[in-house]
Design a protein around this ligand. Structure first.
Ligand code: FAD
Ligand code: UDP
Length: 392
């Protein structure tokens, strides 16, 4: 192995590490990915019939309030001024998401002021006492029982197929609740989409003479030159694949959700009038429909064709792509056991959404890679410091 560092996985986490180590430290970096393209789940491709950019692994919206991350990503791409807004269909009626004063007033056929709406929600949440301990309690504490039943319960049943009392409160805390008519999905300082697409951005991160990306190379495939048994202990490794897989599931499987996507080209210029329509009712199997043309109103897309993608969620088996960590109490126990095992891997750092079993957005994956670079990789390569912990 001639490289100074091996990175398993070419998603945002792996490519941020590759960029910093090659451009800042001058290291030779070998990146491997088992897929036939780089970029991980943020990868997008052009649908050939329409020229429309399609997000192969589900729609990816970039947003951050982290100044360092924003400055960092702007080295590689410019952003459009796109602002994400989502609608949800419930019992044949369309409401705006996340829940805001417009949603509350439409739901109640009311004209509540912000203070009246707050009082109404507080009354609908009054059966809860004490700190909310799980997803369901947190959701009811934020929006009250009737809005929870309408907009969250059914969607969450489809998305997670897990008792909402087993799910972490953090999942619902991702969504703001607003007592104004502001219906933006995100509340971050910066938001936008990469002007010439995610793949161009990800390719620019990897475009450096010291970075070699090898595709269709699985770390656990012993016929590959950079497989696990041939590299661990020989070269420092940043591993961004699933942490339970690394340890051969020794402490049991961590549970994940995977998604099935059904993509269709339709002979209409506009299918749903917006980028993302959620479906709150359980008699519709999919959770949401994406219509990709609306992400880039500035582009010259055909007026008579559109691309839509229906998203279905289910439990991931070993052969499926793991997308969402379910993170039940049992998962959290198992993760602690894997954390103990990671201490025995002297030269291996674990990072990213799969490697740390965390629900990371892109800006969080990039931010945590920059921290790993500052706190572990730069001190190791510059001053010979051993890795004090392993990222998990
Ligand atoms: P990944 O992008 O998953 O990259 C990991 C890479 O490791 C993959 O390419 C994989 O092939 C490779 N790999 C795994 N195992 C092996 C192996 N054994 N050998 C070699 N390679 C391996 N974030 C946002 O900010 N906004 C959004 O709107 C958003 N939407 C999302 C929608 C969906 C459906 C999903 C699943 C995620 C979404 N995210 C979003 C999160 C975003 O995808 C992640 O933050 C980002 O992909 C994390 O980067 P990563 O490098 O940690 O992981
Ligand atoms: N959610 C919901 N109804 C919606 C949108 C979201 O119940 O219309 C819940 C659901 O449990 C989801 C969580 O809120 O998993 C977080 O939503 P987000 O849109 O952030 O999820 P992601 O984009 O990661 O799929």
């Amino acid at each position: 192995m001639t490289a100074d560092l091996l990175i398993v996985g070419s998603g945002f986490f792996g490519l941020t590490i590759a960029d910093r180590c090659a451009r800042e430290l001058g290291l030779q970096v070998q990146v491997i990915d088992r897929r036939d393209h780089l970029g991980g789940n943020a990868y997008t491709e052009v649908e050939p019939e329409t020229g429309i950019e399609v997000h192969r692994y589900g729609a990816h919206l970039f947003h951050t309030s982290n100044q360092r991350v924003w400055d960092y990503v702007n080295q590689f791409t410019d952003f459009t001024p796109y602002q994400h807004r989502v609608y949800t269909t419930y019992r044949g009626e369309v409401f705006s998401m996340p829940i805001n004063l417009g949603t509350i007033n439409q739901f109640n056929r009311s004209a509540f002021t912000p203070a009246e709406a707050r009082a109404w929600v507080a009354e609908q949440a009054s059966m809860l006492t004490g700190e909310p301990a799980n997803f369901e309690e947190k959701a009811i504490s934020l929006i009250g029982q009737p809005l929870y039943e309408a907009f969250i319960k059914g969607y969450t049943a489809k998305q997670w197929q897990t008792d909402p009392r087993e799910l972490s409160a953090e999942i619902i805390s991702r969504l703001p609740v607003r007592y104004t008519y502001d219906n933006r999905y995100f509340s971050d300082t910066y938001e936008g989409l990469p002007v010439d697409g995610y793949t161009a951005w990800l390719e620019r991160m990897a475009d450096h003479p010291n970075i070699t990306v090898t595709l269709e190379a699985d770390f656990f495939d012993e016929t590959q030159p950079h497989h696990k048994a041939a590299t661990v202990g020989q070269v420092p490794i940043v591993y961004t694949g699933p942490v339970d897989r690394y340890f051969d599931f020794a402490h049991g499987d961590l549970s994940w959700r995977t998604l099935d996507f059904e993509t269709e080209v339709l002979p209409v210029g506009d299918f749903q009038g917006t980028t993302v329509m959620n479906y709150a009712d359980t008699d519709i199997d999919y959770t949401r429909i994406h219509e990709f043309r609306h992400f880039h109103p500035e582009r010259d897309y055909p007026a008579d064709k559109t691309v839509i993608m229906r998203e279905f969620s289910r439990f991931a088996e070993h052969s499926d792509e793991p997308y969402y960590p379910i993170n039940t109490p049992q998962d959290r126990e198992r993760l602690l056991a894997y954390r103990e095992l990671a201490k025995g891997e002297a030269d291996v750092l674990f990072g990213g959404r799969l490697g740390t079993y965390q629900y990371l957005d892109m800006h969080m994956a990039i931010g945590s890679a920059l921290s790993m670079y500052d706190n572990k990789l730069a001190p190791h390569f510059r001053d010979g410091k051993a890795f004090a912990d392993h990222g998990l």
